[in-house]
Write a protein that binds this ligand. Sequence first.
Ligand code: CMP
Length: 141
Amino acid sequence: MAGSTDATSMLGSVPIFSGLDEKRRKSVASEGKELSYKAGDVIVGEGAMGVGFYLMLEGRAEVRKGSRVLARLERGQFFGEMSLIDEQPRSADVIAATPTKCWVLSSWAFNGFVKSNPEVALVMLKEVVKRLRAAQSSPTS
Ligand code: CMP
C-alpha cells in the first residue's frame, strides 16, 4: 500500500483527480489502497456485486464481455464506477493484460467522495459518455 504522500501526488497526475486541491487529494488518497495483479487475473468479474472503484496505476487491462474486448485501459484510467453508481452487478469482466497495479476505493468511500466533490463526478461522467459513444460507434476486438 502506498504511503498517503505517494498516493496524493499520484492522484494529482490522473485526469479525474487532477482538478482537486492538495487537501482534498490528500484526504481521498488516505482512504484508498493499492492492489497488485498478475497478467490474466480477473480484477472484477461480470455479475459480481461491486465493492470498489479502481484507478489504473501501472500495466494494462481489458474490459471484456465473454470473448469480446470492449475497451483497453491503462495508467490513469478508471473502472468499476458503473456498479457503484447504480448498485447493479458488474457489467463486464476487467482482466489484467500485464502485471497491473490499481488504486482501489471502497464503494462507501467512493460514494462519500463523489457527494462532496461533484466536480469529480462531472469529469467522470464525461469519460463515461465518451466510452458510451465509442461503444456505439466501433466495437474494439
Ligand atoms: P462495472 O460495471 O462496475 O464493472 C465493469 C467495468 O468495466 C464497468 O463498471 C466500467 O468501468 C467498465 N466498462 C464497462 N463497459 C465498458 C465499455 N464499453 N468501455 C469502457 N469501459 C467499460
